[in-house]
Design a protein around this ligand. Sequence first.
Ligand code: NAD
Ligand code: ZN
Length: 673
Amino acid sequence: MEQNTLRKQRELTDRLNRYRNEYYNYNNPSVSDEVYDRLFDELHKLEQETGIQMSNSPTVTVGYPVVGKLEKTAHKIPLLSLDKVKSSVDLCRFMGEHQVMIMLKLDGLTIKLTYENGELVEAATRGDGDEGEIVTHNARAISGIPAHIQYPGRLVVTGEAFIRPRDFERLNTSIVDENGETYKNGRNLAAGSVRLRDAGECMERCVTFMPFNVLEGFDDLPRKSERLKEIRPLGFTPCKYLVTKRPLTQAETEDGIKQLQQYAKDSDIPIDGIVVTYNDIAFSKRCGRTGHHYKDGLAFKFEDELFKTTLRSIEWTPGRTGEIAPVAIFAPVEIEGCEVTRASLHNLSFIEDLELMPGNRILVSKRNMIIPHVEENMDRGGFNLEAAFPHQCPCCGQPTRVHETKGRDENGKERIIKTLFCDNATCETRKLKKFVHFVSKKAMNIEGLSEATLEKLIGRGWIHSYLDLYRLDQHRDEIIRMEGFGVKSWQRLWDAVQQSRNTTFERYVIAMDIPMIGNTASGVLCREFHGSLEEFRDAVYTGYDFRQLPDFGETLHNNIHEWFCNEENFCIWEELQMMMNIQKPAAANNQAVGQDTPFAGKNIVVTGKVEPYTRDEMNSLIASLGAVAGSSVSRKTDYLVCGEKAGSKLSKAQELGIRVLTPNEFFNMAGVA
Ligand SMILES: NC(=O)c1ccc[n+]([C@@H]2O[C@H](COP(=O)([O-])OP(=O)(O)OC[C@H]3O[C@@H](n4cnc5c(N)ncnc54)[C@H](O)[C@@H]3O)[C@@H](O)[C@H]2O)c1
Ligand SMILES: [Zn+2]
């Protein structure tokens, strides 16, 4: 038992350290803070039981040793973390009779600023508490850090560098991390930005600094709040706080927290809780510390709730590509007033990582308040991959296959991802999903042909191939007699089928379901091959290299060639076309526009705000010029149209020597000014 507890303790320590490294060094954690904090509490409990703490335990250390390339600096006074509580009762107990400051817990990363005789001499991160990274070069790129102050001698302030939620929302559409993925939240982006080596790039990230403590200086003032007040005239904007005048009741405490929360919301300041700290500095010092935190303060953290339930089963359903997707079915839990019983498990690797087996107790959340997500398995152990998935397709009974791809996990990190496949092209569910795709809005857009109706028609044996949809009138009388059908609904359906014959290059290509060819790629192909399906097909047969097209890579290139190599695909491609009337694309009809401007055939990326146009409107304008609207800046980009408050795309374009246009220049050249 003792041995088991110790092993578990070691395992938890290692796991938490792995998460800390991801979080602090790479700004890219693989679990949510809720899960991290729960595991942390679990480890803490075990340590109390065994009386043993590993020297690298996260409960006795802070942050994580830094691995970055920036220069390091030692902290004379260690910068520690905060102890956490989850209830206002615990908070009141902590406050007792003492005067406290109730402050915003800013959600960013800690920065320490050192001034000597009025000059900023160093800005540093917290790092592992004893040693941080020097980020002085970025100080002028962060708002709220005065370079010179009217203060003789030494002044050291600590505070938080953060990105306002509204800025994050705007920036996050264009900024990606080293893996090309967008940042999960403002904290990670702030941490990534402050540690950039290029101050220019940092500047674009709109990072703000707010002090929450004066570490050295104003030594004659006995209270923290007084020292914080004194730095305001020096040019700082300290973090918002309330100072208690007498002991607060629980209701008053909760009220104070609400007030601060509202303030943060109104002022667009990101917080993840409230900090309470004793105001008297001499008393605070006497409280002492642990390896992890000073004992004079506490954090009351707001967290997304996790709901405990039991995994009943895993449902496997093949999709149209043959990939069999797993869904967790669990005992009902009520989340935000809705009963939830299902959550996607994404793929086999996700199940393997969580070691999920029916009967396990699991924690479920609603990520961003919307999508149910299985966060954690509380009963790990005894997992066996082979037993975790069906070896026969649940639909057609054919053997399944585990497919391994180099991919990225849900946080954007590269890894091998295992997915389950049914390779049987005639697998009924696969077939059904293919038809669902074929008739969908983006593809042939046959209105009113629902999945349920398709299932019935396939079940009766009336549709085997897409062509059969256009011959459905052969079964008109039987369809009219079908349950839920009648003359009117048949007529509506048949009209919709007829209507869909008037279609476009893009829709036709999307409907064919070439792997990974969707809206964007089909648009590119349409422009490249002048809206002609024949020209596109001929290009395939003469070995056209699709990698030369914007945003087309090796995989897309191969997908197209492989698709056309399949005899059946090719027959459908040709035969179905004869039933269609393919409309010419707008740009080709409107040659004059396309040829008059320098943009025809060019790849144009837009960044920042281009008033009064929305991004969609800009993209259609670009398309109408016979150009391609790219989503990211690369060597294939010809022009970057740079609106207000541009992000990292601008520096990328400058780096690559790509021509940058102001919106006005662009409109002039396009002749739409
Ligand atoms: N998801 C993951 O994998 C992962 C990994 C490691 C850590 N984490 C998260 O980070 C937390 C630990 O990080 P931490 O040690 O920085 O602790 P913390 O962020 O919970 O609290 C301490 C920090 O709060 C900040 N702070 C903000 N406003 C403050 C104020 N007014 N007064 C004092 N301090 C203030 C300071 O930077 C201080 O260092 C964990 O609880 C977890 O939520 C997550
Ligand atoms: Zn199957």
